[in-house]
Design a protein around this ligand. Sequence first.
Ligand code: SIN
Length: 484
Amino acid sequence: MNAKTTSTFPTAALIGGDWVTSSKTFPVYDPATGDKLADVPDMGAEDACRAIDAASKAFPEWAAKPSKERAQILRRWHELLLSENEALAQLMTAEQGKPLTEARNEVAYGASFVEWFAEEGKRAYGHTIPTTASARRFITIKQPIGVCAAITPWNFPLAMITRKVSSALAAGCTIIVKPSEETPLCALAVAKLAVDAGVPPGVFNVITTLDAAGVGKALTADARVRKLTFTGSTEVGRILYRQSADTIKKLTLELGGNAPLIVFDDADLDRAISGTMASKFRNAGQTCVCANRILVQAGIYDRFVTALKKEVAKLTVAPGRDPKSTVGPLINADAVAKVKSRLADATARGAKIEVGGTPDSHGALFFTPTILTGVKPEMQIASEEIFGPVASIIRFETEADAIRIANDTPYGLAAYLFSRDIGRAWRVAEALESGMVGINEGLFSNEVAPFGGVKQSGLGREGAQEGLEEYLETKFLCLGGITD
Ligand code: SIN
């Protein structure tokens, strides 16, 4: 990590506007080199309660601010994120491993949510409702839900925080963020810029911890926390969902995916290849919306595999700080082990490694971009999230087969299809059981469109108009006694 980054951003947690240390700490490592970057506080359930106290205390004043004032603070935060883009990107690459270009893009992506919600917060409109009785009038108003908690992942260590926090803050809520233990430094950096922008004490708190279960329990058990937002695995989402039941919290859950990417015979091959590359190899395959199963129709299959091999050969595996890097390390040893075991299961059951399939010489956490053919839906690699740079290809014959295979999963986050037939594109997009569909597009995430899944991929939406709604309650006002 460069000197500017270490000296600029904090390594303490943030509670009630104070940067807080702890007698217990834990180290944060660079996944590319294994070097220690910093130690951060290892906080516990009591610290989470202190953060809830601070967020509760700050709530009435923040909620009462005119939305325009909140918007001005959010806009300043947005500007600071952009002006610190390079330092944040360097920090992200050091902490998370992604190539610098991707890290820079993530800072811009993360900042775009702050800008969007700064504006959208001004549009938390209620309604007037035509009355059913002449002496009464009906209206609804929108109010912030209250104190929120956010549990955020390591794969987008900045954007998943700004996506949640800016919508909560724009709505008038206060928030406590528990970032992944793999990437607390980005969370703290983002929080510092929010403080610099004028976010008042207690409105945005960050608890760094190795005790995710203990802190998660404290956040879910407390009735003052009215909303929980989580991005991560379906397994953990289920636990948090259960834990939130006792206090009937509102939930946004962005959980696991098993995205199908369908290439029909009538697809524009170049477009299908560039879309597949973008969807599959972004962040070394470590996104919830990465193409997990690439379904290719028999008539285009051979040409697609040949062209994909050519493109994959152009990828450069290297530490993210190397300007030539397009594929960085995986996040940790468990991630590498998972990719290897999925590959072993697939090859043992008859799949063929066309390219890659081995660890990469850059270090323990690097894995070579891989193409696997002859994949069957029942293989682990097709039924579970890979979260690594493996393009796993299934051959299919008919449109009906593609839809059946694509939907044969408990997950439903993202899906992609490539076809030049507009009727087919529309038909298949409607039939796919997923929250988002890329049609002739491999990358679709942005701040103005709703991000989220169906089935066991989660609840609620982030970004867009829908994302603000998640942090608002609708109150119905019935005004009686109106007489002539
Ligand atoms: C994720 O992988 O959780 C988020 C990806 C995105 O926002 O595009």
